[in-house]
Ligand binder design. Structure first.
Ligand code: FES
Length: 122
């Protein structure tokens, strides 16, 4: 039989995907940003610099069920807000093994820095 505490803890667990990999976080810190959580879990595609939403180096794509994909700055996104979402980082859109995404190919062609490029410039 499951104790009442176990039920409460289970209700607090967040579930989401990053680059297709499933994660579950119990008792998430309401003050922790998505970027802080990703970098503390060795997901280092999104960088961190200004932590104020200004530089864009922490940008990821966020897919919420039933909504269109959108770009967000992970430094200002609370981890608790991504429950049920799919997050796609710059490392999740393609690789040398699986084949590069058209955006990655274009970044290479233009000799741009993948961490600071603004996609609308492509
Ligand atoms: S670290 Fe600069 S926008 Fe997130």
């Amino acid at each position: 039989m499951m104790s009442k505490k176990a039920v409460v803890d289970e209700e607090r667990a967040l579930s989401f995907f990053v680059d297709g990999k499933s994660f579950s976080v119990s008792n998430a810190d309401p003050n922790q940003s998505l970027n802080e959580w990703m970098r503390s879990n060795c997901i280092t595609g999104p960088k961190v610099m200004c932590e104020q939403g200004g530089c864009g180096c922490c940008t990821v794509a966020l897919v919420k069920p039933g909504e269109k994909m959108k770009a967000i700055v992970s430094c200002l996104t609370p981890l608790c807000s991504v429950d049920g979402c799919h997050i796609i980082t710059s490392k999740g859109i393609g690789s040398s093994r699986e084949g590069f995404h058209e955006i990655q190919k274009r970044i290479t062609e233009l000799d741009l820095n993948v961490d600071t490029v603004h996609l609308d410039s492509l």
